[in-house]
Design a binder for this molecule. Structure first.
Ligand code: ADP
Length: 269
């Protein structure tokens, strides 16, 4: 009555010997499903109380001037921390939804210039004028994908670029051709990453500098979200970086994901 999940592994020995191993991973698979459902349920249940809390804090904040400075400071801290919890819960919920359902229902042709422009404006707001943020578009095909998912992947990369690069740094968002199809790139000339950390960056809550990251306002789930969004678009993430030399995050989409939109003239020459 339960679906059985098997994992096969073939090992080659010399020229003519093969070892076939089959493992029953049904229980492991079921446990993984339970973990995902649990995280999704808990984060969903935490949303309402946090919304109530944030609502009351906002009301109290309108009276902050009448409070002694120490209490007013405490109120501001409570608002910050509530916001942080809300971000975390929202990211956890988004991530478990990305893992649970197959996706694909809301896929349509996406015009990337406007998505890049929206994300640039959000990044601009986060940067508050401290960075120079530009857009480059050399690819005029549209991407077949989910608008909210592509949007959230790109904005996670852009907000990381802002948070991990100092004042005066440059950030570029690109949509350009790639040998496999096309790619979305987010490049910054900020603090960069030691190559030893790169393979693990997309793990949940993996951080290069544990102390610093929570200061920067991230949830530790940004790159895990990016990875899952890309998986659902037959795409993958490439990361190139050196400490002190900035970072380049490249999302590579296969040609099968690109469409020439009927209303759009293809560039010639
Ligand atoms: P968060 O930023 O919330 O910690 P992410 O999953 O978005 O979580 O990123 C994981 C880690 O990767 C970050 O903690 C940071 O150490 C590193 N990182 C991500 N983007 C950049 C970047 N553009 N420059 C330098 N380091 C980065």
């Amino acid at each position: 009555d339960e679906h059985q999940v098997l994992q096969f592994q073939i090992t080659l020995y010399g020229d003519d010997e093969r070892l076939l191993m089959a493992r029953d991973i049904t229980r492991l698979h079921r446990l993984e499903e339970m973990r995902r459902d649990f995280v999704a349920n808990v984060s969903h249940e935490l949303r309402t109380p946090l919304t109530v809390l944030a609502g009351y804090l906002e009301t109290y904040a309108t009276y902050a001037e009448q409070l002694p400075p120490r209490l007013a400071g405490g109120l501001a801290r409570m608002q910050e921390q509530t916001q942080r919890m809300q971000n975390l819960v929202n990211d956890l919920l988004l991530l478990s939804r990305l893992e649970i359902d197959q996706g694909g229902d809301d896929h349509c042709a996406l015009e990337m210039t406007s998505i890049l422009e929206e994300v640039r404006q959000d990044a601009e707001a986060l940067s508050a004028g401290r960075h120079r943020i530009a857009i480059e578009v050399d690819e005029n095909r549209w991407l077949l994908g989910s608008d909210p998912e592509v949007h959230s992947a790109l904005s996670n990369l852009a907000s990381n670029a802002v948070r991990y690069s100092a004042e005066g740094c440059h950030i570029t968002l690109r949509w350009k051709p790639h040998v496999k199809g096309a790619c979305l790139e987010v490049e910054d000339d900020g603090e960069g990453i030691d190559p030893a950390h790169i393979p693990r960056l997309t793990e949940r809550f993996y951080r290069v500098d544990k102390g610093r990251s929570s200061e920067t306002g991230g949830t530790g789930l940004g790159l895990a979200i990016v990875k899952h969004v890309l998986l659902r678009h037959d795409a993958h993430l490439e990361i190139e970086s050196l400490p002190g030399r900035g970072a380049l995050f490249r999302c590579v989409f296969p040609a099968s994901r690109l469409v020439t939109h009927p209303g759009i003239e293809q560039a010639t020459g």
